[in-house]
Ligand binder design. Structure first.
Ligand code: TRP
Length: 439
């Protein structure tokens, strides 16, 4: 059995070097490993929570698609699609909303952070909080559960969302029967978390990013030249590990290259030279992908074809599962109900005996009209005896015909115990038997 891995990236910006090293590149590597069945998507519905600029969302979708493809994702192997091309996702989102307790969403970090900020400003706690933000974890659960994903590689900030997805899946399974796999979070251990130009985590919100494919060689170089360093001069020994230049270098270099740069810095290599070494390394790595990226972006129809093919592939999974979900909650196709209704109705309106065989002999169950078990008989040596006991049981029509001992009621036929049940259920039993005798 292969492991189904699934992850999504919100389409609210243009991917930078940190996104590539921390998420896209490791995901592509995972998709190449045998035994993995990879699903990667662009979370464009999620983008609407953060971003109300249509142009930006549209551009980000294109940029992200081209980035994954330019970075080498094999769309024959992995399933690559846009969230908004899969109608089963918003459909499941609604159904999951109906099993998710509001209290669970109250505890979501992103929502609490928004409230805390409002509290600090002394304004209404829910100011600026949309239902999209509030229910974000439900949509994310739908993304994951609709594919029955086993593993979800994400950053640490998403761990709580994965816990919520498991909670919601469990709740649904409990209410409606086993339907969803409980997904596991996968925090990449040896993935590079790149520092940004100023030493904080590389992030668009800090404006400290190194561009990936969107910018020219010259712009890449300019960004690298802006990396903050300490004031040590060329010739002075430097501590490699505390330098952002070295940290980023390490994310892309071989072990030998890393060791060599470290030694040179300790021997007094100037920061300018170190930046040049980083530029050369990065540019060699990125240049071929940058060309592919620009080429892809100039062929939007081809991107569209690839994404629509990906969506069709994805829906081979989401359609049948959604069918099961609809069935489970009672949203069945009218046609199917009509076809099976006459036969089903007759059988379902009455209780029935179900005989079965065990190692020690023969038994039967009595089910009520809804199919709930009322009792299981004792063991009979042969099926004829079991049949006679059924017949005797079927004729009972009054409480006096049972031997009640404490809260147990015994069914005794010709001095032999045939079955027992909780005395509290005698009325239900008699009603079922009555129903079975009725024409
Ligand atoms: N919330 C994720 C993020 O901001 C993106 C995302 C949406 C996602 N749906 C997902 C990630 C499903 C993994 C699985 O990074």
């Amino acid at each position: 059995m292969s492991t189904r891995i699934l992850t999504g990236i919100t389409t609210s910006g243009i991917p930078h070097l940190g996104n590539y090293a921390g998420a896209i590149q490791p995901a592509i590597q995972m998709s190449r490993q045998t035994g993995n069945d990879a699903f990667f998507f662009m979370a464009d519905y999620h983008a609407l929570v953060k971003c109300d600029d249509p142009e930006r969302v549209a551009r980000s979708r294109q940029a992200l698609a081209a980035t994954w493809l330019a970075a080498g994702l094999d769309t024959d192997k992995a399933t690559f699609y846009r969230q908004s091309d899969i109608p089963e996702i918003p459909e499941l989102n609604w159904i999951l909303s109906c099993v998710t307790s509001k209290g669970l969403m109250n505890r979501a970090h992103a929502y609490k952070a928004a409230q805390d900020q409002n509290a600090a400003k002394g304004i209404e706690l829910d100011d600026g909080v949309t239902m999209g933000l509030y229910c974000y974890p439900v949509l994310m659960s739908a993304d994951i559960l609709i594919f029955n994903a086993n593993k979800v590689p994400v950053g640490r900030d998403q761990v709580q969302h994965l816990e919520m997805a498991r909670d919601i899946a469990q709740r649904f399974n409990h209410m409606y029967g086993e339907t969803f796999v409980l997904p596991e979070v996968q925090i990449a251990e040896n993935v590079a978390i790149l520092p940004g130009l100023d030493g904080r985590k590389m992030s668009k919100s800090y404006d400290n990013t190194i561009p990936l494919f969107e910018s020219s060689e010259a712009e890449l170089k300019a960004a690298i030249m802006r990396i903050v360093t300490d004031s040590r001069q060329p010739g002075e020994p430097k501590d490699a590990e505390s330098s952002m230049i070295f940290q980023i270098y390490k994310g892309f270099a071989s072990d030998a290259q890393t060791t060599a740069l470290k030694a040179e810095l300790e021997r007094g290599m100037g920061w300018g030279d170190a930046k040049n070494a980083l530029f050369t390394l990065l540019n060699d790595h990125l240049a071929p992908m940058r060309d592919r990226y620009q080429d892809l972006l100039s062929r939007p129809d081809d991107i569209e074809d690839i994404l629509l093919a990906g969506a069709a592939k994805a829906r081979q999974h989401t359609e049948p599962l959604m069918e099961r979900v609809r069935d489970a909650v009672g949203l069945r196709k009218a046609k199917r109900v009509a076809v099976s209704a006459p036969a089903e109705k007759k059988a379902a309106r009455k209780g029935r005996f179900v005989s079965f065989r065990e190692e020690e002999g023969f038994r039967f169950r009595l089910l009520d009209a809804a199919g709930t078990e009322l009792l299981v008989s004792e063991v009979f040596a042969d099926p004829r005896q079991a049949g006679m006991a059924q017949k005797a049981l079927a004729a009972l029509n009054s409480r006096n015909q049972f031997e009640v001992a404490g809260d147990e009621a015994l069914v005794v036929v010709e001095g032999a115990k045939v079955a027992s049940l909780p005395a509290a259920e005698l009325d239900a039993l008699l009603e079922t038997l009555e129903g079975m005798r009725a024409e």
